[in-house]
Design a protein around this ligand. Structure first.
Ligand code: 8IG
Length: 279
């Protein structure tokens, strides 16, 4: 069941996804009392504390109150969007506490709707975070890594029709440099987005390495493409929560992934908050 009026239903091919993003941005302005936001953050696995460390939360909205975000298939937990004052400035961050993944099957429009809404809400920067598997054995669980580029293995694109977008320097080197002002030792790597929801086989992880990947996950690349198309500057940061399958002799365990994220969360959150204040 969907509560959207027909013209705001992203699943209908006749719907203009940018019109839905515009409607969501307008509703967001009403509900937050903020005419515009400046920086958007999408918090992936392990990144939740970043939102709290950024500054005062001025409004908190269930994302289902915004056009295009209704996740009728998901029972119980719905995402929350927060409007947060950045430090003691009068700039505002739009913090998405969760994301729609491609593997949920709601279509790629739903996956990138948050990014498009952020752009319509006035944001000029988006910070995409995730939890992922690492291919470099020196990245122990809990290591944050800057995304320098991506390989999109979803066989999909958020862009429809003859929309040719240059993805050179998609992950802003300016913003990566800013991160290294806060944390000089941050490594960077190429993020490979798989469709999921299963983790990779060891053979797939070897393939990812052979084609130039350093990190494997199930998000971010499609959102980054939509962000570039919308004119946003993109910062991508992964939290390596596990070594990818076959890199170590340990099997992948979701509970272990959650725990690694929890342990690293405060440190990563503080770093991210410091970076956003500099943007
Ligand atoms: I957390 O090892 C997390 N997400 N594809 N592979 C993929 N996604 C992930 C992984 C991983 N760890």
């Amino acid at each position: 069941m969907t509560t959207e009026p027909a013209h705001l239903d992203l699943a209908d091919p006749a719907t203009d996804p940018f019109a839905v993003a515009q409607a969501a941005a307008e509703r967001l302005a009403e509900l937050t009392g903020a005419e515009r936001h400046d920086v958007a953050l999408v918090l992936g696995s392990g990144w939740a504390p970043a939102g709290d460390l950024l500054g005062e939360t001025l409004a908190e909205i269930p994302s289902t109150d915004l056009p295009g975000f209704s996740a009728a298939a998901v029972v119980g937990h719905h995402g929350v969007v927060r409007s947060v004052r950045i430090g003691d400035t009068d700039r505002r961050a739009l913090v998405f506490g969760s994301r729609t993944h491609f593997y949920e099957g709601r279509g790629v429009r739903a996956v990138v709707h948050g990014v498009r809404t952020a752009a319509r809400a006035g944001c000029s920067t988006v910070v995409l975070t995730n939890g992922c598997g690492g291919l470099n054995p020196s990245w122990t669980p809990g290591t944050p890594v800057l995304i320098s580029d991506h390989i999109n293995l979803t066989a999909s694109s958020p862009l429809e029709g003859a929309t040719f977008v240059d993805l050179t320097d998609l992950y802003s080197s300016r913003l990566r440099d800013l991160c290294r002002e806060v944390e000089p030792d941050l490594d960077e790597g190429v993020y490979v987005q798989f469709r999921g929801p299963h983790y990779e086989t060891p053979a797939e992880v070897r393939m990812a390495k052979t084609i130039g990947g350093d990190l494997v996950g199930m998000s971010t690349a499609l959102e980054a493409i939509a962000a570039r198309h919308a004119g946003l500057e993109v910062l991508g940061i992964s939290l390596v929560t596990n070594l990818a399958a076959g890199i170590s002799d340990q099997p992948l365990d979701h509970a272990e992934v959650i725990e690694a994220g929890r342990a690293a969360a405060q440190r990563c959150g503080r770093m991210l908050a410091d970076v956003v204040k500099k943007i």
